[in-house]
Design a protein around this ligand. Structure first.
Ligand code: ADP
Ligand code: MG
Length: 398
């Protein structure tokens, strides 16, 4: 049993058994090639550990959104190839999830079987008991190492723990342990740096963190909804009008609790949110009829100073449209400050798919204490919710 009440993989009998391992191998693909293999590499410690203890594996994952249908471009073939390279051993990639090929391979002596994309089966997302039965019957025991999918009550996440001896994999335990450090007894000063596009996705996180942090730095498109809540003019920047009232409530609460809220004072104002559009850095008051596409240098400096004074930093969401180099300076500046804080001994965590992509783009993946592999899952955990996958494991062990 881990500190989090999760059944430990070390106490699971695996020698000579077929272990169904649910991983999150949902990698970004471009023209059939993996553009970032972080999730495949992150799955290795658990898989290697199990193989070292004499287990045979049935690895499974979803990829993209095939919506219950077989889509050739979403087959796990590229993942199987990368896994085989990283492992330096054969991977038997089967072309179905619970069909004859899968059954045959799982009953064979093959060490590593990779089942086909779980979401080719409609029963995966609908959590169909018959599909959960079929999946569980391929193996003797189950390990959930798919942190990034554990906020979904899908069949492969919540089904097997009811049917097989089950445990949490290394990555899952590591993610939960690390993220819980941001909620339980974090070192202060504690700063949350939030950005990205949708306030509505992150309101609950902000609400749950207001009680815990000393300061929040808010950039990205999300900052404009806050600025509107404060009665400021933001030109044609992205604003979620129906969230302005909620944001006002959170700002009031932050004020009462003495949380310092840092918001942009200058921005990169562009005619259009596209590469090569006419743009300049201006104080917010001069945004005119343009769109804010990045935080300006004054704001970046203010955020950096706040970050450098922190002992704990949570970062979720880019400060601007970082995918376009001209609008990436704010995000890069914040990432650099977080990297420096890490070197100075602060505990720093980055989460969110696009924040991870930004770090990868800057070659800074190793610059934080922890880079979460789960976007939605990390947000839900930080909202204070119990993830269905984690609940299922805890119940199985109870
Ligand atoms: P994460 O995946 O890290 O949680 P989000 O998905 O919330 O982040 O947001 C990422 C997206 O936000 C990026 O694609 C980025 O281009 C966009 N973005 C950030 N700032 C702005 C802005 N000022 N205007 C429009 N889009 C923005
Ligand atoms: Mg995202």
């Amino acid at each position: 049993m881990s500190d989090q009440g999760l059944p430990s993989i070390d106490e699971l009998e695996v020698s000579g058994k077929r272990v169904l391992v649910r991983c999150d191998l949902n990698v970004p693909l471009e023209d059939g090639a993996i553009t970032d293999d972080l999730r495949v590499r992150s799955a290795l410690p658990t898989l290697e550990g199990l193989l070292g203890r004499g287990a045979r594996l049935a690895v499974c994952s979803h990829l993209g959104r095939p919506k219950g249908q077989v889509k050739d471009e979403l087959r796990l073939t590229p993942v199987a190839e990368r896994l085989s390279e990283l492992f330096d051993r054969d991977v038997t990639a089967v072309r179905d999830v619970v069909g004859d090929e899968a059954k045959k391979a799982c009953a064979s002596g093959d060490d590593v079987v990779l089942l086909e994309n779980l979401r080719f089966e409609p029963g995966e997302e609908s959590n169909d008991p018959a599909f959960a039965d079929a999946l569980s019957s391929l193996a003797d025991v189950y390990v959930n190492d798919a942190f990034g999918a554990s906020h979904r009550a899908h069949a492969s996440i919540v089904g097997p723990p009811e049917r097989l001896p089950s445990a949490a994999g290394r990555l899952l335990v590591n993610e939960v342990t690390t993220l819980e450090r941001l909620l339980v007894k974090p070192d202060h000063p504690y700063v949350a740096v939030l950005g990205g596009v949708k306030v509505s996705d992150k309101l609950d996180v902000i609400g749950n963190l207001v009680d815990r942090v000393n300061a929040m730095c808010i950039g990205g498109a999300m900052a404009f909804t806050l600025l509107v809540a404060q009665g400021r003019d933001v030109g044609r920047s992205l604003v979620e009008k129906d969230r302005v009232e909620d944001v006002k409530g959170i700002l009031d609460e932050a004020g009462e609790k003495g949380v310092d809220i840092h918001i942009p004072t200058d921005v990169v104002a562009a005619e259009k949110p596209t590469e090569g559009a006419l743009h300049e850095t201006v104080p917010l008051e001069q945004i005119g009829n343009r769109m804010g596409v990045d935080i300006g240098p004054e704001t970046t400096g203010d955020f950096a100073t706040t970050i450098l004074g922190a002992r704990t930093v949570l970062w979720n969401g880019p400060m601007g449209i970082f995918e376009i180099p001209e609008y990436s300076a704010g995000t890069k500046g914040v990432a650099t400050a977080i990297a420096e804080a890490t070197v100075e001994g602060a505990f720093t965590v980055a989460g969110g798919g696009d924040s991870a992509a930004a770090l990868a783009q800057f070659g800074m993946t190793d610059a934080v204490s922890h880079l979460s592999t789960g976007g939605g899952a990390s947000l839900e955990l930080l909202e204070g919710k119990e993830l269905p996958g984690i609940a299922a494991l805890r119940q199985a062990s109870a």
